[in-house]
Design a protein around this ligand. Structure first.
Ligand SMILES: [Zn+2]
Length: 259
């Protein structure tokens, strides 16, 4: 298996986005009532995965559209809460330079993950039906970026080894398992990529950065705080297993690739 980290620029956010303990106001991650100059820059990552005969993109990062038309692309609310910073050559579609992508798997549908789908037309995109329903209900958080896609959804089954008891074997060959994690959002998913007895986890915003699961730091945007605590502890446990090749977070300062 091969997992390459693709950094599609970054986003300027309140320090409460990756770590809610930095501010007291529970909605501080929205950036309301804070100086824009106090924003921190957080990398926005997606992952190119080759496993067996699958070539996959997990999340899509920022779209090329944010380079010239960030406000039009995101709408004011999303732009205000998470202003994108990206150069043309940093878009996933340009970094991949024609590498095959058979499917795109979403960890969830927040703007910095879904935006880049615009640059990949005609490729099947997978997410959970729980996340689609939640994104339609939470317009303030998701805007309209996730609309207009004909998403494929997972068929979750009971799984005692899953952090919340539900998993789906995405392609039916065991290469990619999707775990439902109602933590950062109602339908977030963690992907377990495995081959030859080794595995890696792509955790999306469940672990915003390594410190999230190493130290149990809670992010700002949360669907369920207790679930997130449970999930971060579960990720840590997984990381300590001998067969674990790595944990890949969507906004970690360091790049991790598994080659
Ligand atoms: Zn994110």
């Amino acid at each position: 298996m091969q997992i390459l980290t693709i950094k599609t620029g970054s986003t300027l956010v309140s320090s409460a986005v990756p770590d809610r303990s930095t501010k007291r106001f529970s909605l501080a991650y929205t950036g309301l009532f804070q100086k824009r100059s106090s924003r921190i820059e957080v990398p926005v990552k997606c992952f190119y995965v080759s496993i067996g005969n699958h070539n996959l993109l997990i999340d899509a990062g920022w779209s090329l559209e944010v380079v010239n038309h960030p406000l039009r692309h995101l709408g004011f609310g999303l732009w205000f809460a998470s202003e994108p910073v990206m150069k043309v050559e940093e878009a996933a579609v340009n970094q991949l330079r024609g590498e095959p992508v058979d499917a795109i798997l979403m960890t969830h549908l927040d703007c910095d993950h879904v935006s880049g789908l615009k640059d990949f037309k005609g490729i099947p995109v997978y997410t959970s039906s729980e996340e689609i329903a939640y994104s339609k209900k939470s317009r303030m958080r998701y805007g309209s970026l996730a609309e207009g896609y004909d998403f494929k959804t997972f068929r979750f089954a009971d799984d005692a080894a899953a952090p919340f008891g539900k998993s789906a074997d995405v392609f039916g060959d065991g290469a990619v398992i999707a775990y439902l994690t109602p933590t950062h959002s109602a339908g977030s998913v963690i992907y377990r990529i495995s081959e030859g007895g080794k595995f890696a986890l792509v955790v999306g915003d469940n672990g915003y950065k390594d410190d999230s699961w190493k130290k149990g730091l809670l992010p700002g945007p949360l669907y369920d705080k207790e679930n997130m605590r449970h999930c971060l502890a579960w990720i840590k446990e997984q990381s300590e297993q001998e067969d674990c090749l790595g944990i890949l977070c969507a906004h970690n300062p360091m790049d991790l690739s598994i080659l």
